[in-house]
Ligand binder design. Sequence first.
Ligand code: C2E
Ligand code: CA
Ligand code: CA
Ligand code: CA
Length: 279
Amino acid sequence: SKEIGRNSFQLYKASMNARSLERLSMLSRFQHALEHDEFELYFQPLQCLASRRISSVECLLRWNDPKLGMISPAQFIPLAEELGLIIKLDQWVINKACEKMALWRRQGSDLRRIAINVSAQHLCQGELATTVSNALNKHGVDGRFVELELTESSFISNLHEAKSELHKLKSLGVAIALDDFGTGYSALSYLTKLPIDTLKIDASFVAKIPDEYGNSEIVAAIIAMAKALNLHVVAEGVEKAEQRQFLQKLGCNTIQGYMYCKPLSCDDWLRFYHAEKVT
Ligand code: C2E
Ligand code: CA
Ligand code: CA
Ligand code: CA
């Protein structure tokens, strides 16, 4: 039994080594990617249902590794969190998004808002408001042009800290959206305790309307609650005309999804934006 113990320890050690090597190479890849512009922002417009116009655009991060090709954020965001690099990555995104918004506005765009995803860790550990304030100042962007998308997990570890950070952001004019609503811990008290402007209903609910039993009622209830609390409500992952119709009937303000537009490279997004304005 002593032998087995030693063997399994050796095995454990070997896998630890492989794992730390993998982490090390990932770490240097990541830093290399940050320094060599291998990260890129894609843009997905949100559509206002009442006016049928673009109400804002969400930045979605892409990593184009020369060897591995396009890597999905669903893969590298959790990794960046684990490696302690997520705040650096968030800062890159926030800066890039402000730079783009400043450029577009200078070029005459009347786009009202750019939405940026922020990791849960950033809010409580990383002085998010300082990062945002610096980026706004650096690029000369008004905070009212920016919305930050956070998930409920951002508030769990320290509600008090989160609240004070969110209020700092609000004083810069920045709007706050609660992303993936309905999937997390869904402590509804967050909605009244924190200065939240927008609810984004998670795509998993939208995917099941209008057919699946009970699901449409949940979506209807979320929209009714959001309206009662004076929150703006966005439905994510809208792929079908019948979903859009259903959401519009319930008073949902805004939709986002493949039905309206996929995430686009910067050039394609600008073409889309100008084409929408003409029609
Ligand atoms: P999310 O914020 O919930 O973003 C929505 C995801 O749904 C995006 O995936 C988008 O491409 C995808 N999507 C949009 N419309 C549709 C649709 O109609 N149907 C379906 N099936 N999917 C749709 P993506 O770009 O792979 O991003 C995945 C997640 O990675 C994001 O989920 C977000 O949590 C995270 N993420 C992306 N960019 C960033 C970033 O810059 N910073 C941070 N911290 N997280 C990011
Ligand atoms: Ca989002
Ligand atoms: Ca989401
Ligand atoms: Ca998500």
